[in-house]
Structures are given as C-alpha cells and as structure tokens.
Design a protein around this ligand. Structure first.
Ligand code: HEM
Length: 382
C-alpha cells in the first residue's frame, strides 16, 4: 500500500476555483459567524475536532434545518422526506433499510457496469480524438449512467431523463412554471420506474432496495420515490464534479499523472488525497441547534444554524481522516460507489491515455458555486 504522504497534494487556492463566499482558507481553524447568500447568519465550523462534533452530535438537527423559517445557505431546500433531512429513529430506520445494499459488499453487483461504462466512454473519446472535454464527455455521463443503472432507467429513456435531472440542479433559476413541471415529470417518471421494478424485480441495487425489509417492514412506494430522488440529488453532481476536478488537478501536476500512468493502481490513493484537499461538497448541509450547546469558544444558542466547512476541516494539520463524505449518522451513503467510480475513471484514463494532458490554450471552466463544486469543461488531448 502506498503511503499517504507520498502522494500528498499541493493543491493551492488557485486550483480550487470559485468557492462559496463564506469559505476562507486564511481565517484559521475554529468557529466563526458567516452570512449566507440568503442573508441568514450561521456558524461556520472549520476546526477538525469541532466539525466532527457537529456532525455526530444529535443536538444539531437536520429536520429543524429544513423547516421554512430555519437559517438557510441556499434558496432551494431539500425535501423533508429525504433521508438527509431526517433525525433520530426516523432517519435510522430508512438508512438501515438501504445500508446493506450500499455497503462495500453490497455494491459489488455494480462493479461490472461501472468498469464497462468507463471503457465505453474511453472508446468514444478515442474514436473522437483531437481535443475532448473530459467533464461533459466522461465524468458526467459516467456518474449519470451509474445512477441510471442503479435506478433501472432504460437506455432509451436516458436522454430525456438527463434533461429532467438537470433542472434539479439548476439552483440559480427562480422556480419557474417550466422547472416545476419538469420536476413533476421526473417524480412521475420515477414512480413509474419503481412500479415496473416492483412488478418485475431484476438484478441490481434498485431491485435490492425494493426488496429491502426491516423487521418484516418494507419501504413504501412513496419512500422509494423519495429515495430515488435523494440518490440523484446526492450522487450525480458530487461524483461527476469530483471526477472532473481530480483529473484537472492531476493534469496540472504532470508528474503526478505520469506516476499514475506508470502505476494505475495508485488511483484509489490519489482519489482519496484529492477528496481531502478538493472535495466536491465544500460544506455540509446546515444543522440547527435544538438546545444551547458550547462549541469550542462559542455558545451556540437554540435555534441557531451551523454548517461545517468540510474543505477547511480537511486541511487542519491534525486531521487524521478527511471529512469529504461527512461523518456520523449522515456519513455519505454512496461513498463506496463514488470511490469505485473515481478509481475506475482514473485507472481507465491513465491506462488508455498515458500521455493525457490539458489541451493547450483552453481554460478550465467551473460550474457556478451554488450546488456541488465541479467543472463545466475540461479540455484534454493526448
Ligand atoms: C464524490 C462524490 C460524493 C461526495 C463528495 C459526497 C459527499 C457527501 C457528504 C459530505 C454527505 C454528508 C452531508 C452532511 O452530513 O451534511 C453525503 C451524504 C449522502 N450521500 Fe454522498 N457524496 C458523494 C457521492 C454520493 C453518491 C454516488 C451517492 C448515491 C448514489 C450519495 C448518496 C448520499 C446520501 C443518500 C447521503 C445522505 C445520507 C444520510 O443522510 O444518512 N453520495 N454525501
């Protein structure tokens, strides 16, 4: 196993692209008050140990944070019926029902698909030749293809499905009639898919989820539809952004990409290091204190909101493991699947295109900072 330190990244501010305005890499590690784009005041926690405390302490509630008058970090609020918006036994029940399917062992059934799709996307890049956009032609179709497979979206529906899914992430547009109708159509589609899978359970993760039981009790239709939407919201942009940003960082340090090309088995170790320095989710979801809590030097009052700056916490010199997938009861459910995709993507690119490099004269462009971080384009050649 390669030592962590051997691949320690040197990622600096410039490589991070645009960040939410309240992230401050020079502020030092602690707890500070910040103003979010909605004008709300929240505590931002950047100290590593305090960050872990916030993420595991049940006095900091997710359910309170999705209520209409809670302090917010963005205008769009996740559904209270999503697992990410629940606390305590309600959250634990839902999570328990799907945990086995998402475990390292449970996702083994997805591996042939992930590896196969990686190869097909690399084949298409090779056929095209010249300058290829790794963000839109590799990272995004990989992440979306994996989620479509997981949910059982038939090949013929995938283009339409992508168009609907994209509206979920457009947090910048006001809630127009058009986006609302697309969202409704996505929910209707997801309901149909789940009904079909229920009638004819096949292979794969969704069928496993449909059959999941907890003390004999199964997920209801409504819970399955919400789970499907939650997985899309949580697993698409984050994974596609993480893959594209990691490739960009590697290509900006050509020695590092060369090392990967010489030894593609370095892929998981490198992926882990870039998750630490450059996580797609730079902040956690907000939490709200359900009572007064002393947090380091700060007394957080009941009703006040908090976010964890995962990006800053990961950079504390005393951080022993990164928090790119969160920590505590809401620790990312899809982390093994995300890691599988990252490793497959890096290994595949390095094997197929050992001379891969940034296309000369073409700038890397970033997505807006509203949602998960990621790249709008990453032009490469080989
Ligand atoms: C590199 C890609 C990914 C990153 C960086 C990431 C990051 C995170 C983080 C930081 C959290 C915790 C947020 C908090 O507690 O405030 C989280 C939760 C979650 N993630 Fe991921 N994620 C990724 C990929 C995925 C994928 C592929 C899926 C599913 C297919 C997924 C599903 C979820 C779910 C369902 C939760 C909520 C868990 C709960 O509330 O118990 N994620 N993710």
């Amino acid at each position: 196993m390669t030592e962590f330190r051997e691949v320690q990244a040197t990622s600096d501010r410039e490589l991070l692209g645009p960040l939410p305005q309240f992230i401050d890499l020079e502020a030092g590690y602690g707890v500070r008050e910040v103003k979010s784009p909605t004008g709300d005041l929240l505590w931002l926690v950047s100290d590593y140990e305090l960050a872990k405390q916030v993420l595991r302490d049940t006095r900091f509630s997710r359910a309170e944070a999705v209520k209409p008058d809670a302090p917010k970090v963005a205008h769009a609020a996740p559904s209270p019926e999503s697992m990410t918006s629940m606390d305590g036994p309600e959250h634990a029940r839902l999570r328990r029902m799907v945990a086995a399917s998402f475990s390292q062992h449970g996702i083994v059934s997805m591996e042939p698909f992930v590896l196969g799709l990686t190869e097909r996307l690399l084949d298409a890049m090779e056929r095209r030749g010249g300058v290829v956009d790794v963000a839109t032609e590799f990272a995004t179709p990989l992440a979306l293809g994996v989620l479509s497979e997981l949910l059982g979206v038939p090949e013929a529906d995938r283009e339409q499905f992508t168009a609907w899914v994209d509206v979920l992430f457009d947090l910048t547009v006001a809630d127009s009639a058009d986006t609302r109708s697309k969202r409704l159509r996505l929910v209707a589609y997801m309901t149909r898919l789940i009904k079909a899978k229920r009638r004819e359970p096949g292979e794969g993760l969704l069928s496993e989820l449909i059959q999941a039981r907890d003390n004999g009790e199964a997920l209801t239709e409504r819970e399955l539809v919400h789970l499907g939407l939650t997985l899309l919201m949580a697993g698409y942009e984050s994974t596609s952004g993480q893959i594209a940003m990691t490739v960009a960082e590697l290509l900006r340090e050509p020695d590092r990409f060369q090392a990967l090309a010489a030894n593609p088995d370095l892929a998981p170790v490198l992926a882990e290091e870039y998750l630490r320095v450059n996580p797609a989710a730079s902040i956690s979801f907000p939490r709200v204190a359900t009572e007064d809590v002393q947090l380091g030097d700060v007394l957080v009052r009941k009703g006040e909101g908090l976010i964890v700056s995962l990006l800053e916490a990961n950079r504390n010199p005393d951080a022993v493991q990164h928090l790119a997938f969160g920590y505590g009861v809401h620790l990312c459910l899809g982390r093994h699947l995300a890691r599988m995709q990252l490793a497959s993507a890096l290994r595949g690119l390095a094997r197929r295109f050992p001379t891969l490099r940034l296309a000369p004269g073409q700038a890397i462009t970033w997505k807006s900072v509203e949602g998960a971080r990621g790249l709008a384009s990453l032009a490469v050649t080989w």
